[in-house]
Design a protein around this ligand. Structure first.
Ligand code: PLP
Length: 419
């Protein structure tokens, strides 16, 4: 697309409200827009993509193999499998876990729909456990209350770049023989007590979507695991249940491949291509730099928000290496005398700082409501988080001016709306 076309493109082609930007076309002059690209690209990515385009194969080739090995090394796990995105990565794992009709999966409500969607796709039942009021991650004590004879797995999300309290979660899983999936969409390179995201549960699933800390040309995903027994099911479910024939006489007889089920499950084509993998390798080499930039920006914003009565900055758990995928601000309505929505309106219209909500509790969505989910299952996620929170732009290309404008905008708004 030419620069001119890019300028004209407002992102107004939507799929259910999901756009390629948060531009509103409403005349508001934004100083700090919420960006739709979470990383930094330079000549490394450009050369990597171009070189991969010269290869004899553009899929299932050397770039994907190398990206998987390098990603596994970064996470400190035995195996990694590139996928088309995090949703498909989690779907593969849900099928590999054998989750089926009637199986209960304990899951956080504070996440993108994908984490519940993959359970629903297999006929499983998402059972929502409430979140911790400081980290906004699933609360282990709440998980323990939700275990029943039908529970098969626990799906956790490391919200905003900070990992869940994994030790008690793994202890519950061990006690009740449950599988654990870590949704690491927000946490490539994050750590809990020195262990990397994606290395503690049975599997970890990563997203390389455009917004994420590292991105493989806008879409992409990865599965990590230390479990040797999951290698074969994951590979088959990612690639249409293809298998090698046993006892082939010639390589073309009876055909190039056999097809088998995986414990009754049928997979899909959920592969990543070579160009995405080549770009992913270049991004992986930058991951430390990208995380450090985000951490520095996050800490500068937190320092700037100190002492504003009614505004709560991000909490950093001392057990964690936070990679600041999001910067979540909370508004204390009682202290400020104004609601979060009043605050966001002034912040946006008068201060030019755009805010976005992540996340509404999953069970609020119409499709889930129709299934009979009560609307007050998780009071912390509901009242303490969803009604107080909003996210401001957080990415490694934020300029000093944008950081200063975001802080000043929040400070000025607090004074304007304070009653
Ligand atoms: C927590 C979480 N899980 C899963 C996903 C899905 O990732 P993808 O878009 O790569 O399928 C996202 C993406 O926004 C996410 O934020």
């Amino acid at each position: 697309m030419s620069v001119e076309d890019q300028e004209k493109f407002t992102g107004s082609d939507t799929e259910g409200g999901i756009t390629s930007s948060y531009a509103m076309d409403d005349g508001v002059v934004l100083k700090v827009p919420y960006a739709f690209f979470g990383s930094i690209y330079d000549d490394d990515e450009k050369c990597a993509a171009w070189e991969a385009m010269q290869q004899d194969t553009l899929t299932m080739g050397p770039q994907v193999a190398a990206f998987q090995t390098e990603f596994a090394t970064m996470c400190g796990v035995k195996h990694a499998f590139a996928a088309s995105n995090c949703t498909t990565a989690m779907h593969i794992c849900t099928q590999a876990f054998g989750i089926g009709p009637g199986d209960e999966v304990i899951v956080t409500p504070n996440t993108f729909i994908a984490t519940s969607l993959v359970i629903l796709k297999e006929g499983g039942i998402p059972v929502y456990a409430d979140i911790d009021p400081k980290t906004f991650n699933i609360d282990p004590a709440e998980i323990a209350k939700k275990v029943t004879a039908k529970t098969k797995a626990i799906y956790v999300v490391h919200y905003g770049g900070q990992m869940c309290d994994m030790d008690p979660i793994m202890a519950i899983a061990k006690k009740h023989n449950l599988l654990v999936l870590e949704d690491c969409a927000h946490t490539p390179g994050a750590e809990y007590k020195g262990r990397k995201a994606g290395s503690i549960g049975d599997v970890g699933c990563f997203s390389f979507h455009s917004l994420k800390n590292m991105t493989t040309c806008g879409e992409g995903g990865m599965i990590t695991t230390n479990r040797d027994d999951l290698v074969d099911p994951i590979e088959k479910l990612r690639c249409m249940n293809l298998d090698h024939w046993k006892n082939q006489t010639d390589y073309w007889i009876p055909s190039h491949f056999d097809v088998v089920d995986v414990n009754g499950k049928w997979g899909n084509n959920y592969r990543m291509n070579e160009i995405q993998a080549a770009v992913g390798r270049a991004q992986l080499r930058k991951l430390n730099m990208l995380s450090e930039k985000r951490r520095e920006i996050g800490r500068r914003i937190s320092a700037g928000l100190q002492g504003i009565k009614g505004v709560t900055p991000v909490y950093e758990d001392p057990n964690c290496y936070h990679v600041y995928h999001l910067y979540t601000v909370c508004i204390e309505e009682e202290e400020l005398g104004a609601s979060r929505d009043d605050f966001m309106r002034v912040l946006y219209k008068e201060e030019g700082v755009q805010g976005i909500l992540h996340y509404q509790p999953t069970y609020h969505f119409s499709g889930l409501k129709k299934m009979g989910y009560a609307q007050d299952i998780c009071p912390i996620a509901e009242k303490f988080f969803y009604r107080r929170e909003f996210n401001i732009a957080m990415h490694p290309r934020l300029t000093d001016q944008e950081i200063a404008d975001a802080i000043a905008g929040i400070r000025n708004t607090a004074e304007k709306v304070r009653k």
